[in-house]
Design a protein around this ligand. Structure first.
Ligand code: HEC
Length: 151
């Protein structure tokens, strides 16, 4: 009788321990590996990048100079040196004269690559090509609200 009782108690203990530890694992959310915390690529896993990915990267990395709305009035805008101003990326006239390829090149390889100021940094080390395209897309859709128009 006693033997059985001990056995039963032992069994209950084991069961509850596995139950608890399983519950503990199940409730622990999977931690995402992210090298840059502001980047949220494809959070819904739909296979396409969301507009928000470009926005987050723009706000975190470009707005310090270009400003949140792109007017070239970010907090660093006045620190770049004599006569150097971040471009007004909300200027639809200017940006509709630029191809996406051009905007991509300036952003990826920096101002110097197209004869602009070195104050416009290269982002090749920070972003993948896809991320840069996403940022350009965001600039098109929400900052200048414009597309390239050939003259
Ligand atoms: C440290 C300040 C700074 C940061 C940060 C910065 N830029 Fe710039 N950017 C500039 C400056 C300054 C210019 C203008 C260069 C010139 O006048 O020669 C410029 C120019 C540009 C241009 C050229 C526009 C044209 O005339 O065709 C693009 C596009 C651009 N930036 C995009 C970006 C993007 C996208 C980011 C973020 C990934 C970014 N910039 C971050 C300073 C910055």
């Amino acid at each position: 009788m006693n033997k059985y009782r001990i056995g039963a108690i032992f069994a209950v203990l084991c069961l509850s321990m596995t139950a608890f530890s399983n519950a503990g694992f199940a409730k622990e959310p999977l931690k995402k590996e992210r090298s840059r915390s502001h980047i949220e690529l494809d959070p819904a896993n739909t296979g396409t990048y969301t507009g928000e990915a470009g926005k987050d990267n723009y706000i975190a990395n470009c707005s310090p100079c270009h400003g949140e709305t792109g007017k070239g009035d970010g907090p660093l805008a006045d620190t770049l040196g004599e006569g150097v101003k971040p471009r007004n990326l909300s200027d639809a006239n200017l940006l509709s004269a630029r191809t996406d390829e051009f905007l991509f090149k300036v952003t990826k390889s920096g101002g110097v690559s197209v004869g602009f100021s070195e104050s416009m940094p290269s982002w090749a080390e920070t972003f993948t090509d896809k991320e840069i395209k996403q940022i350009i897309q965001y600039v098109r859709s929400s900052v200048c609200r414009c597309k390239y128009k050939s003259k």
